[in-house]
Design a protein around this ligand. Structure first.
Ligand SMILES: *Cc1c(COP(=O)(O)O)cnc(C)c1O
Length: 491
């Protein structure tokens, strides 16, 4: 059956709500406030619900299938998070309520700050940033403020490995720094000699992702951090994906000075269309005064019965605010819930299973696909989506073909240093059966690439829309299937 356009549904005068007759005199709205020509569909509740449900089913989501999007940590978001976030005291709190009236909410934020400090090995945390990228901006602005406070304004460059996420160089450039790329070596580690050659008194920072985006633990992380510190630079840790480290290694202990966490990756708050991001930053003691604020502190220890009194606190040399009010509070409640439900042992087992699952896929797939850096991986594995004897097949074809098997494609063409990269992150929340089904599909696709390549090149075959022009789809976003002319005009 062809998909009905919402504009063809309904009938004039039909409505989904029954309003009581007004008991006040009707008045006209001020002229100019109401558009005369606004042909919106008039629908009953059931029609509207069916339309929205149909649309939601066109989308792949973690609730409908495996979503191995590397670096993005698309793990299951437990429903209990949603329950706590919807508790009236949290959901209905007004951000302008004074601290005395929000003690419960402040307690949640305070404990989340404390737990993130403990997990990352840091002296202080701010929950302000609204995304990983904004956490990075906070971190690099703090680094700049720190150097300025010491009169070291000649420090003008940031070192970034060539495997890094694109937000790292973007953040550094936005903060006024020159970006110097550090190559990776044959084992997929950052090239220590190249790094050392850049360690001089113009060095502001190294931005380091560990495990890096090849899914590999940086084997010389200690030496790299020492070299940067010896030159007076600071180390920024990109902690977007803490899945391999939880309860096992702490970036702060390794010497990282500042790091952002992605609550929407590691700590199961919703992702992308599902909800706003949240990218708290943790810092070592020498950066604590520069944190974006306000952050939550204890004002008075209080009585044993009532517990401490919490209040807002602006760090003395703060880089300022990054977000209206208190950051993404609903996400703080969800991450708080997740950490509380896991406990310390649960968090460690998250990391163990995330790494186990990553390696399970690596070992199962490495015969059929080339693993460019062939060593034990962490929470994700990067493959090459190409074969010398199937020259017309690209990573994109493999990714699209996976959709026919009911899987979301992995991240592809990133990291940039792997040709035709397929970056696969299974996460700890998937069962062995799901991983096996994914492996079967990948092996089948590898076979098809050699026997029936056109199946891959024309994929996907089972989705409502076939292969799209992805750039155009992102740049010219059309949210209404087909927009009637009357609606498309915007004066
Ligand atoms: C996702 C990610 C980021 C950016 O996080 P956003 O919340 O999308 O801004 C930065 N670095 C790495 C390694 C990431 O995976």
């Amino acid at each position: 059956m062809p998909e009905p356009l919402i504009y063809d549904l309904g009938a004039p005068g039909r409505t989904g709500v029954g309003m009581p007759a007004p008991d006040v005199p009707l008045a006209d709205l001020p002229a100019g406030l109401v558009r005369e020509n606004l042909p919106l569909p008039e629908l009953g509740e059931l029609e509207a619900l069916r339309h929205l449900t149909r649309l939601s089913q066109l989308n792949h989501s973690i609730l409908t299938g495996f979503y191995p999007l590397g670096s993005c940590t698309m793990k299951y978001n437990p429903i209990v998070n949603e329950e706590t976030a919807r508790l009236g005291g949290f959901a209905h709190a007004h951000p302008l309520q004074p601290a005395e009236m929000m003690q419960g909410s402040l307690a949640v934020m305070y404990h989340l700050q404390e737990w993130l400090k403990e997990i990352g090995g840091f002296a202080a945390v701010s929950l302000q940033p609204a995304a990983g990228a904004q956490g990075e901006l906070a971190g690099v602005l703090m680094i700049r403020a720190y150097h300025a406070s010491r009169g070291e304004t000649q420090r003008n460059k940031v070192l970034i490995p060539d495997s890094a996420h694109g937000t790292n160089p973007a953040t550094s450039a936005m903060s006024g720094y020159r970006v110097v790329e550090i190559p990776s070596d044959a084992r997929g580690n950052l090239d220590l000699e190249a790094l050392k050659a850049e360690c001089d008194d113009t060095l502001a920072a190294l931005m380091l992702t560990n495990p890096n985006t090849l899914g590999l633990f940086e084997e010389q992380v200690q030496e790299a951090i020492e070299a940067v510190h010896a030159a007076g630079g600071l180390v920024y840790g990109d902690g977007a994906n803490m899945n391999a480290l939880l309860g096992i290694a702490r970036p702060g202990d390794l010497g990282v000075d500042v790091l952002h966490y992605n609550l929407h990756k590691t700590f199961t708050t919703p992702h992308g269309g599902g909800g706003p991001g949240s990218g708290p930053v943790g810092v070592a003691a020498h950066l604590a005064d520069f944190l974006p604020g306000p952050i939550v502190g204890i004002e008075e220890e209080g009585s044993e019965e009532m517990g401490p009194v919490y209040g807002w606190h602006q760090p003395p040399k703060s880089i300022g605010r990054l977000k209206a009010f208190h950051g993404q509070f609903g996400m703080h409640v969800r991450a708080f819930t997740y950490i509380l439900m896991q406990g310390a042992e649960g968090l460690r087992s998250v990391a163990e299973h995330a790494v186990l699952n990553g390696n399970y896929l690596r070992v199962k797939l490495q015969g059929a696909y080339k693993v460019p850096y062939d060593r034990v991986c962490m929470h994700e594995v990067v493959l090459e989506g190409r074969w010398a004897d199937a020259p017309d097949i690209h990573a994109l074809d493999i990714a699209k073909r996976l959709m026919d098997f009911g899987f979301h494609p992995p991240t592809n063409y990133f990291p940039l240093i792997v040709r035709e990269a397929l970056m696969i992150e299974p996460t700890e929340t998937e069962s062995k059966e799901v991983l096996d089904a994914f492996v079967d599909a990948m092996l089948k696709i590898a076979e098809e690439a050699h026997t029936t390549p056109e199946l891959l090149q024309q994929a996907p075959h089972t989705t409502k829309y076939g292969r799209m022009d992805e750039v155009k789809a992102a740049r010219q976003l059309v949210l209404c299937c087909e927009i009637p002319k009357e609606v498309a005009v915007s004066e």
